[in-house]
Design a protein around this ligand. Structure first.
Ligand code: GLA
Ligand code: ZN
Length: 679
């Protein structure tokens, strides 16, 4: 199924009228303010279970249907949520098995949210029943455009039911216990299992050092959660609904491998809550861009921004109010990276309980606030950009960021346990691509590399079966590879690959890694240009954290370490393999190296960007983001200034280009956005 097309960029967010049923005048006022704020979509029902089924099997849908009628009359669409993110008290009291058990084997009391067992047959049956009722009674309402499954899936349960499922899952995966013992290297510390029923999930008071077990447990938690989501979707389908489904994912969430959700959901959505103004906006913007690109790349289709905060959150250590212009810029950034929506949490600020101070479109004062005005401005911008809806993002560059590999790497107990600085490395490489105004996809190892010109492997510690072969084919077919230290170290079950590393790529890279030196924080080395180096580098770059010492076979050195016992050995090397090119960047370098390297790589790989037409030879100023979406021959180029100062746009509006949003007048103010359409 292709991406669902909503016809307009969605603008609105989570709305909880059930908190206001005793205030009819407020519900009335909401509709007026929604109009004022250019709201066209709300999400209903995310945590409404106790209002939809106040007693076991007793349903009250009238309030929901009435609200939906009124929203529909006002031209507002509804994303309808299944309420499984939190359950009513009657259920927990009657069936304690629905409550989660933590890793220390303590069962939770009723309370909070997201604390249910994904395995419990009772919970699954109750969820199926409420989802079925919801689909039958409200799913075909003309206001409904999509389903929102549960809320922010996450967490794990260690109850006896989950243990049983885990063992069954392992049995299916390994078939016999001998294979499992081998895969997990249980002979180490005498942890050999005789049979599957002996296996327990990892625990701080039990088995906590067996990496293979921990990795498989994380995989199981993902599979179990996906299976739960799949069951919810099946309930809706069995009840006759054909509406697209989504689930709201979270920022760089470590608890689940989101790749496994890609085939289950029709459209990916996610909740974006950056700490704007904590660091310079250009830094936060880059960090956020990674997440947008990651989410879009899960299906390589437009996604939805399901939640964002119109003002300030209430759960960050310090919740700073967004400065004027920030909401608009952050919202348009999502659209620039492929979102077909700007949705908020929440529409009206709740009166009591945990989120009473969380920012909302309508606050406790209830009037036409500064925030509401900026929401309205965002809504007008989205109306102006309406034709962008449904267009894709084309990328010539892919960076590999694989969750399973990251799980294994974090657990490695290797050369650095304090801080691997994985994200620092990733951001430097990603930032260097983006600084050239080039789009980037962020892929898991299982995704296809067809059509890319450049593939980047930042610390892809785990090479799963077949991954090295895919990279080999990519390079020999003419692609350009950029690899860093700590690639291809372990296999799928977290056992080290034997022989030369990076596994399967030593001839592609023309070298092998001999020793990986970990530096203390504050320690520093440098890499100086080798005389007559191919790309013509002249600068000496500082480096630290990791310095890989390699033995070159066919690769030629570009930079060489200046210090320590490996002074003179290659820090950056270059190789030709088949019709392609491979670079090996052996240390964590200062940012500038990645900028210089990617400039050469992108140029040699023939990667095009409309940024060149806009900024001419002078290049894109630092802190300015250029991203494009495309449909057929039409390209929408989003230019955003995330600096705290104005920047110049030197060139004339290129031929064949028109301004779709903003104004083209030779400069961009801080947080200003310009969208140029090329046909
Ligand atoms: C998450 C949840 C919402 C709300 C917001 C607050 O994203 O999905 O229900 O709690 O956080 O920021
Ligand atoms: Zn459980």
């Amino acid at each position: 199924m292709g991406a669902p097309f909503f016809g307009r960029l969605l603008h609105g967010g989570d709305y909880n009228p059930e908190q206001w049923l005793n205030f009819p005048e407020i519900l009335e006022e909401d509709l007026r303010l929604f109009r004022e704020a250019h709201i066209n979509t709300v999400t209903l029902g995310v945590f409404s279970w106790s209002m939809l089924e106040p007693r076991d099997g007793e349903f009250t849908f009238d309030w929901l249907l009435e609200i939906m009628d009124r929203l529909h009359k006002a031209g507002i669409s509804v994303i309808l949520a299944t309420p499984s993110g939190a359950r009513p008290k009657w259920m927990a009291d009657a069936w304690p098995e629905v409550l989660r058990v933590d890793a220390e084997r303590r069962r939770a009391l009723f309370g909070g949210r997201h604390n249910h067992c994904y395995t419990s047959p009772v919970y699954r049956e109750k969820v199926r029943r409420i989802d079925t009722e919801l689909a039958r009674r409200a799913g075909e309402h003309p206001a409904v455009i999509a389903w929102h499954i549960s809320n922010e899936f996450g967490g794990e349960c260690h109850c006896p039911l989950c243990q049983q499922e885990f063992r069954r899952w392992l049995q299916k995966r390994y078939q016999d216990i001998g294979k499992l013992n081998e895969a997990w290297q249980t002979v180490f510390w005498s942890h050999v299992y005789d049979d599957f029923p002996q296996i327990e999930s990892p625990s701080p008071i039990g088995e906590n050092g067996l990496h293979g077990l921990k990795l498989d447990w994380k995989r199981f938690v993902t599979e179990q959660t996906v299976d739960f989501a799949r069951a919810e979707i099946q309930a809706l389908r069995d009840a006759g609904s054909r509406k697209p489904v989504t689930a709201n994912l979270m920022y760089d969430f470590d608890g689940l491998d989101y790749r496994r959700f890609a085939d289950v959901l029709d459209v990916i959505s996610w909740d974006n809550y950056p700490s704007w103004h904590k660091k310079e906006e250009r830094i936060t913007a880059l960090d956020t861009a990674v997440q947008h690109d990651y989410m879009r790349s899960l299906k390589r289709q437009p996604f939805l921004l399901m939640e964002s905060c119109p003002a300030a959150t209430n759960w960050q250590a310090v919740s700073k109010v967004k400065r004027p212009g920030m909401l608009l810029a952050a919202s348009l950034q999502a659209v620039a990276h492929g979102s077909d929506s700007v949705l908020y949490f929440q529409m009206r600020q709740s009166r009591g309980s945990f989120e009473k101070f969380h920012g909302a479109v309508i606050d406790h004062w209830g009037g036409d606030s500064r925030v509401l005005q900026e929401v309205a401005e965002t809504g007008r911008a989205l109306e102006c950009l309406s034709e962008v809806c449904g267009s894709g993002v084309r990328s010539d560059v892919a960076l590999i960021m694989d969750r399973e590999s990251r799980w294994a790497m974090q657990d490695a107990a290797g050369p650095r346990n304090e801080n691997l600085r994985y994200m620092d490395l990733f951001l430097r490489l990603y930032g260097a691509v983006r600084a050239a105004g080039v789009n980037a996809d962020i892929l898991g190892e299982d995704q296809s590399l067809d059509g890319y010109r450049v593939v980047i492997l930042p610390m892809v510690y785990m090479f799963k079966e077949g991954f090295a072969e895919k990279i080999r084919a990519f390079v020999s077919g003419g692609g350009t590879l950029v690899a860093t230290y700590w690639n291809g170290v372990v296999n799928d079950t977290d056992n080290c690959w034997l022989g030369a590393a990076p596994h399967g790529l030593t001839d592609v890279l023309g070298l092998r890694s001999k020793e990986l030196d970990a530096l203390y924080d504050g320690d520093c080395n440098a890499a100086a240009p080798v005389l007559g180096n191919v790309p013509g580098f002249t600068h000496t770059y500082t480096c630290g954290t990791f310095c890989d010492v390699t033995e070159l076979t066919t690769a030629v050195p570009v930079l060489a370490y200046t210090g320590d016992f490996y002074a003179g050995e290659a820090a950056l090397a270059f190789n030709r393999f088949g019709d392609g090119t491979a670079w090996y960047a052996g240390a964590l370098f200062e940012e500038r190296l990645y900028q210089d390297l990617l400039r050469v790589v992108l140029r040699d790989a023939g990667v095009q960007t409309d940024a060149r037409a806009l900024f001419g030879g002078s290049g894109i100023p630092e802190g300015v983001s250029v991203t494009s979406r495309a449909r057929g021959d039409v390209r929408y180029v989003f230019v955003q200034n995330f600096n705290r100062f104005a920047v110049r746009i030197p060139a004339e509006l290129p031929q064949g280009a028109e301004v779709l949003y903003g104004s083209f007048r030779g400069k961009l103010e801080p947080l200003e956005t310009l969208v140029v359409k090329f046909s």
